[in-house]
Design a protein around this ligand. Sequence first.
Ligand code: ATP
Ligand code: ZN
Length: 304
Amino acid sequence: MTPPAPAAARDRLRIAIQKSGRLSEPARALLSSCGLGWRESRDRLFCYGESAPVDLLLVRDDDIPGLIADGVCDLGIVGRNVLLEQAGEREAAGRPPASRELRALGFGGCRLALAVPEDWEWRGPEQLQGKRIATSYPALLQRWLAETGVQAQIVVLAGSVEIAPRLGQADLVCDLVSSGATLAANHLKPVQTVLESEAVLAGPVAPFTGPRAELAEMLLRRLDGMLKIRHSRLLMFQAARERVPVLLQLLPDAEPPTVWQVDGGDCLALQALCHGDVSWQRLEELKRAGARGLMVLPVERLLA
Ligand code: ATP
Ligand code: ZN
């Protein structure tokens, strides 16, 4: 492994991602789609950027906000739940935030939710008064309880939160849920969302300076392009000039189109980037409204 250079002396950008877990593969895939590639070290903790001076550090997700705060890494991909929990813990200790969310990345979606035993009849948050709630997210839960005006006891557990009610350690849990299958297997049901979460790109609170500022800007530009085209398609068609206003009304999620004249001006060729689903049904509607030669193309890269 290349010995880590002190933050101020580095002219390469360093991004922390989860070593192994739910966010590892999608995080790497997203960064690769931004044109980055790496050579892995033998210990598989550090990946040296070969196509750009952007290196990866593979770590536990919980370490990512602190690594950014300490300047060991410049950016990180981590769940919003981890980022905000650690920000809440620092705030409670009177310390400034370690890092902040720069972009939501659209994967790793889940929610931090209160889940109660299946046989409880849920009547609302006031039911939690005086109860014991097991969680690995005490700061986020504490904030929600304070906002909701409920007094409950928080039982902090590092893992296996969902078995706490069965073990008699708590009455209910506040845990991450995506499909709900783990909760159901433990006879719990989610009743209240405390935080909506997904993977985010986290960065320092202060702006970058020097060569790393340029690298970070380049990465953000590429990332924005990739995030934007994830659900985008290029739609091409031809139509008589007088049909165009009606056709554009059928494309509310499209960018302003590029238009060419064909056939001496009465017929126009249009090309528009659509940010929603371009289904067969929509194509048929456009055809009925006068579009011809409709073609839908995937978008591979976009640089605004
Ligand atoms: P590490 O070894 O890095 O500490 P971990 O066990 O804390 O890993 P994972 O279980 O891989 O982490 O989860 C990483 C992130 O994935 C979570 O912080 C959360 O943002 C997101 N996530 C998405 N769905 C779920 C889910 N159903 N349960 C837990 N986390 C989820
Ligand atoms: Zn973790």
